[in-house]
Design a protein around this ligand. Structure first.
Ligand code: ADP
Length: 648
């Protein structure tokens, strides 16, 4: 498992990590942005950018706790960016705090910088003919090994200060000791297990992990007495975390008039410098290169201090407590430590999709043709084409394209409306069958009666005409009901036109009114006169009020009163559908409108009615309000905007 991972429950699918990742090491699967260990360089940019806190570092706190319980002494190597991470704590106080945690000694990793920088000075001088890239930033080393192995040859084959210090301790100072490096860098965790430098650092804690361990033990380093650092002492080596620190310590100069020595910090600048190397255009003799703005900008420094402030704190610390004579004698003592290292080609190639494949994906997300490619970047990729390539490579999913998703949701909403329509139709079918059956039975009776009378020749002309008129009226009623039903069931494209809401309600009542009768529900129409028209889709409004009416009737199984009230209010038409039914408990009010929320028994409700009402009204730029009291009844109020021409 890698050093950065995703806490799946926290991932909100915002894809900010994709945008921030310089290594294309994020793969989205079922909406979760996971980290691909084989590509991750542990730079920590995704951790910084993830507002949901879903990207986290694999903690080595438990490992350190285990080491501290073992009999072997455990030495803490403190990064000299400590003052930038804990500005309120003096290094001596941190020594005491660490000893309380169980560390036997606390040393400064910056002494490693003294050794390493001298090695750099020598190496750069000896390799005048070939440009050199510094290998001090572990994230950058990993980036070159994984993505530009052709540059490995330029990397200075020199260990980092932390590893140099690990070698000082393990190879000379106390080979029995365990070594824990504490610093601002996540990539250090990966570095310690790199087989090319491995074995000298047993665990890596980030500053926040250290803060957590201290907090668990109730240790406040700021209130500790000053303790004594041990081991070899650094001088200017403490400047290491500041950009250009290596040059200063090594006595190299990045003269602005010369391009011989260049310091490149941050993703953009460092990757463009690397590109120059790849393209063979680099004029630089020595490139000191970092993923961050130097280690003072490391991803595991958890405070809001500006880089200038952090720089000031480190410089102050470096200049304050220098004992040059001691540093020189320590350097002499450890001069024999081998500081060399090798590198590994870890190149992993992603498949290169063909044009046909890319076009297929672009077509799937409705982005065929450049005119449809919005390149909005919401998916985390700079362009639709890049997203399509990533989909082909198995790194991304079509659903990451927001415009495509919105289109699909729109389709889903239409589908919901259709499903709900079928449900309403199902509910109406039984009562409509009853409604049609009655007049048909009447027609049958009159037909038989008329036939009998004609056979017996007892029919009078007026009587026959009267029977026929009754039959005509009943048949017309049937035909009207069926026509309404067909209208309701019809699949039509939504069409906005000027609609009289009272007319919509009349239509709804004509279809569902008989159901109210069957259930002893009296309905009352309080229609506002000369109501202004609204611009709406007639069929969809019909669906809205059918759903509300059916729900209201179902809420009054013992009968009751259903009132339809319409009025004009501030350029809006207001419709109240008020029942005297069971009411809705407070805790359910918030759930109304959530698809598939139902309190009805299986087969009676699917929980789409109110969701569809909300969906349709919202699409008409309207608003739905609900007032309800358990045992007394419910009022659904729908506001619809009046069409401009109708507005007063
Ligand atoms: P369904 O009717 O299939 O349950 P709806 O979305 O239409 O789905 O309604 C969801 C839930 O809202 C109902 O199960 C019911 O609990 C409640 N509800 C809706 N309208 C009313 C009403 N007028 N009176 C009481 N409860 C209602």
């Amino acid at each position: 498992m890698g050093f950065i991972f995703t806490v799946e429950e926290k991932c909100k699918g915002c894809y900010a990590c994709i945008r921030s990742c310089p290594a294309k090491a994020i793969r989205v699967k079922e909406g979760i942005a996971g980290v691909m260990d084989e590509r991750c360089v542990a730079c920590g940019y995704c951790i910084d950018i993830c507002a949901a806190g879903a990207k986290q570092t694999r903690s080595e706190v438990e490992l350190v706790r285990r080491l501290l319980k073992e009999p072997a002494p455990v030495i803490a190597l403190l990064s000299s960016s400590l003052p930038a991470a804990f500005p309120e704590v003096r290094p001596g106080q941190m020594v005491s705090a660490l000893k309380k945690l169980g560390f036997s000694e606390v040393m400064e990793a910056a002494f490693g910088a003294e050794l390493v920088c001298r090695e750099y000075g020598r190496f750069v001088a000896e390799n005048e003919s070939k440009p050199v890239i510094s290998s001090t930033c572990p994230a950058m080393v990993s980036f070159i090994e994984k993505f530009h192995p052709e540059l490995i040859d330029y990397l200075a084959p020199i260990v980092s200060p932390a590893v140099a210090m690990g070698r000082v301790v393990k190879w000379q100072y106390n080979p029995d000791a365990r070594v824990v490096f504490i610093g601002p860098c996540i990539a250090k965790k990966a570095e310690r297990s790199d087989e090319m430098v491995g074995g000298v650092i047993d665990a890596v804690l980030t500053f926040p992990e250290l803060g957590g361990m201290l907090a668990v033990k109730g240790i406040d380093p700021a209130s500790e007495e000053d303790g004594e650092l041990s081991g070899p002492r650094p001088g200017l080596g403490r400047l290491w975390p500041v950009p250009g620190g290596l040059l200063k310590i090594a006595g190299l100069s990045a003269d602005i008039l010369s391009s011989d020595i260049v310091v490149a910090e941050g993703i953009d600048r460092s990757t463009s410098c690397l590109r120059e190397f790849v393209e063979g255009k680099a004029r630089t003799k020595f490139l000191d290169i970092f993923f961050c703005q130097g280690c003072i900008d490391g991803p595991a420094i958890d405070n809001d201090l500006s880089l200038f402030e952090r720089r000031r704190l480190i410089v102050e610390y470096a200049l304050n407590e220098v004992d040059r004579a001691r540093t020189e004698s320590d350097i002499e003592r450890y001069a024999g430590i081998d500081l060399r290292r090798g590198f590994t080609d870890r190149y992993t190639e992603l498949p290169t999709p063909g044009e046909k494949e890319i076009s297929r994906v672009l077509g799937q997300i409705n982005k065929a043709g450049t005119e449809n490619q919005l390149n909005c970047g919401a998916c985390g990729y700079d362009s639709c084409r890049e997203l399509a390539i990533a989909v082909c490579q198995g790194l991304a999913e079509n659903e990451m394209c927001w415009p495509y998703l919105v289109d699909r949701l729109q389709g889903t909403q239409n589908e919901l409306i259709r499903i709900e329509k079928m449900t309403s139709l199902g509910q109406m079918a039984a009562s409509i069958a009853h409604e049609i059956n009655n007049p048909l039975a009447g027609v049958l009776v009159y037909t038989k009666l008329l036939a009998k009378k004609m056979t017996l020749d007892t029919v009078k002309k007026e009587e026959a005409l009267d029977h026929l008129a009754k039959m005509e009226s009943e048949v017309s009623r049937c035909s009207r009901i069926i026509r309404n039903l067909l209208d309701f069931a019809r699949q039509t494209e939504p069409m906005l036109r000027l609609v009289d809401v009272n007319q919509v309600l009349e239509q709804v009542i004509s279809m569902v009114g008989h159901q109210a009768h069957l259930q002893n529900v009296e309905y009352v129409k309080e229609f506002g006169p000369s109501l202004p028209k609204v611009k709406a889709d007639f069929d969809q409004l019909q669906q809205v009020f059918t759903n509300l009416m059916l729900n209201a009737i179902q809420a009054m199984p013992q009968g009751g009163k259903l009132t339809f009230k319409t009025s004009a209010e501030n350029n809006k038409v207001r419709v109240d559908v008020q029942d005297t039914g069971c009411g809705i408990p407070k805790e359910n009010l918030d759930k109304l409108g959530t698809p598939f929320f139902t309190t009805k028994e299986k087969g009676k409700g699917v929980g789409l009615g109110v969701a569809v009402v909300y969906g349709i009204v919202e699409r008409h730029d309207g608003k739905v309000e609900v007032q309800s009291e358990v045992g007394r009844g419910t009022t659904f109020t729908v506001y619809l905007g009046v069409h401009d021409d109708e507005a007063s």
